[in-house]
Design a protein around this ligand. Structure first.
Ligand code: BTN
Length: 241
């Protein structure tokens, strides 16, 4: 693994994309102490103050279809849960598809970006943001976000968490590469899924509906039993608990 560390960058995802365009090899890890333009999903910004979080992105060059590559974001979520457990003892859970939550509040968000060319992957950039030593959040997210420090009541050494998450990612990536789908990881994933067997509200562009989350299938879609008894596979989008 090549490590690219920056005291400050706009966004590790943007930086990783530039490095990938310049030919950075598979496995390059981009870490920043502070992001001035951290990106969240759906065009939101991501709070990334200096010295308090893990802001990192990977450059991956897997030989697989874009459909398979899109599951790498689930692998990143699994890796965060396992890495956090190994380095801190905390049992975070996954909120589908890939947020990590601890005691019901978000500690990690993942933004995965891809570059494809005629159904081939050029590169995939999973970007991971973990709130480690943040003491306070902006008003708008105070009720829904937390940090490892707020939960533990003590500071956590970031380098240990980075190493454990990176190791865990490699562990799951190797299993994933055997089939290029979630078949070998589905059980682990569903065990970590906070939504499992719970009522969820699916925010589908074609209309919202309620149902019970049954876990993911081999393609990483969330299976939801709707109130009429039919089962839907939610491919992308949001679910709220
Ligand atoms: C979300 O909205 O939940 C996704 C947040 C992803 C944040 C991480 S921090 C490291 C990487 N660089 C970014 O600009 N975003 C991701």
């Amino acid at each position: 693994t090549r490590l690219e560390y920056f005291d400050e960058t706009d966004s590790t995802n943007i930086r990783a994309r530039k490095l990938a365009e310049e030919g950075a090899p598979h496995g390059t890890l981009v870490v920043a102490d502070r992001q001035t333009a951290g990106k969240g999903r759906r065009g939101k910004s991501w709070v990334s103050p200096a010295g308090t979080g893990i802001w990192m992105s990977m450059v991956l060059r897997p030989a697989m279809s874009p459909m398979s590559a899109s599951m790498l974001t689930l692998i990143a979520g699994l890796a965060v849960v396992r890495g956090v457990k190994e380095s801190t003892g905390f049992e975070a859970m996954i909120k589908w598809p890939n947020d990590a939550v601890l005691n019901g509040k978000k500690i990690c968000g993942i933004l995965t970006e891809m570059s494809t060319e005629v159904e081939c992957i050029r590169y995939v950039i999973p970007g991971i943001g973990i709130n480690v030593n943040i003491d306070d959040f902006p008003e708008e997210i105070r009720a829904t976000a937390t940090s490892l420090k707020l939960e533990a009541g003590r500071s956590i050494k970031r380098s240990l968490v980075i190493a454990a998450v990176a190791d865990s990612f490699e562990y799951y990536y190797d299993i994933f590469m055997k089939t290029c789908d979630m078949s070998g990881l589905r059980d682990d994933y569903n065990k970590a899924l906070v939504n499992l067997n719970r009522e969820v509200l699916v925010l589908d562009p074609r209309g919202q509906y309620k149902g019970k989350a049954l876990g993911i299938d081999n393609e990483g879609s969330l299976l939801v039993r709707r109130e009429d008894g039919n089962i839907s596979a939610v491919i992308s989008g949001e679910v709220s608990v």
